[in-house]
Design a protein around this ligand. Structure first.
Ligand SMILES: C[S@@+](CC[C@H](N)C(=O)[O-])C[C@H]1O[C@@H](n2cnc3c(N)ncnc32)[C@H](O)[C@@H]1O
Length: 212
C-alpha cells in the first residue's frame, strides 16, 4: 500500500454480499449496452472485472465477451457472484479471490478491464500500473465511479414505498457516529486517501472510459 491510512481489511464487506443483489439498485441495463457500443464489443475478447463484488457489472457485460474473469478480495462476494451466474445461466465467467494489487496473477491478457465502484478501495497507483501492463494493445479500462446504488430520485410511481434515506442516515449516525466507518477503520473524509485522484492518475491508460 503506497498511500498511508488504508490497506485491505477483510471485515470491510463481511456479511454484505448476499444483501448486495437485493439491497442495492442495479446498474441500468443501458450501461452494458452503451459500453458495448463505445468499445465495439463483438462477443470476442476477454473482460477482467476488478473488485467485481457479486458480479453486478461482470454479469451484464458477460454476453459481450468470449471469456470473463471476475476478481475480488472478498470470498463471500465471489460465492454470491457464482450463485448469480448460475441463476442467470451465464457460463463464460470464472471467479478468483485476488486483490487488485496481486495482478496479473497469471490471468491471460484482457481486452477490457473494468472497475465498478471498486478502484477507490485499492492501492490505485499500483493497480493502475499492473493493469496497464496486462492490457491488450488497443484495450480499454472502464471506471464506473460512485453512481446510483441508492437509485435516482424521480417522481415516478414505484411498486414499493420509497426507502426512507434520511431516517436511515440518522439511524446510522446514531449508532456509529458522524465519522464514516470502513471495516475496522474510519474514513474521516468519507473516502480512502487520494479518493478523487484515482481516475486522474489513470488517464495515461489507453481507452479510459469514466462513467459517473
Ligand atoms: C462497492 S463494492 C462494488 C462491487 C461491484 N463491482 C459493484 O459494482 O457492485 C467494492 C468491491 O471491491 C472489492 N475490493 C475492495 N478492495 C479490493 C482490492 N484491493 N482488490 C480486489 N477487490 C477489492 C470489495 O471486496 C467489494 O466487493
Amino acid at each position: 500500500m503506497t498511500e498511508p491510512g488504508w490497506s485491505w481489511d477483510s471485515t470491510l464487506y463481511a456479511g454484505s454480499a448476499v444483501f448486495y443483489t437485493v439491497g442495492r439498485v442495479a446498474y441500468p441495463p443501458e450501461l452494458a449496452d452503451r459500453l458495448a457500443d463505445a468499445l465495439h464489443l463483438d462477443g470476442s475478447g476477454r473482460l477482467l472485472d476488478v473488485g467485481c463484488g457479486p458480479g453486478s457489472l461482470t454479469l451484464p457485460m458477460a454476453r459481450f465477451f468470449a471469456e470473463v474473469v471476475g476478481i475480488d478480495a472478498d470470498p463471500e462476494m465471489l460465492a454470491e457472484a457464482a450463485r448469480q451466474a448460475d441463476r442467470a445461466g451465464i457460463t463464460n465467467v470464472t471467479w478468483s479471490c485476488l486483490r487488485g494489487e496481486q495482478l496479473p496473477a497469471g490471468i491471460p491478457v484482457p481486452s477490457v478491464v473494468t472497475f465498478a465502484q471498486s478502484f477507490h478501495w485499492m492501492d490505485r497507483n499500483r493497480v493502475a500500473a499492473r493493469v496497464r501492463h496486462m492490457l491488450a494493445d488497443g484495450g480499454a479500462v472502464v471506471h464506473v465511479g460512485a453512481t446510483t446504488h441508492e437509485g435516482i430520485d424521480t417522481h415516478e410511481q414505484l411498486p414499493h414505498p420509497r426507502p426512507r434515506r434520511a431516517a436511515i442516515r440518522t439511524l446510522i449516525r446514531e449508532f456509529l457516529g458522524e465519522t464514516r466507518r470502513a471495516g475496522q477503520s474510519a474514513l474521516p473524509n468519507g473516502e480512502t486517501p487520494g479518493g478523487e485522484a484515482g481516475p486522474r492518475r489513470c488517464r495515461s491508460l489507453s481507452g479510459l472510459i469514466v462513467c459517473c
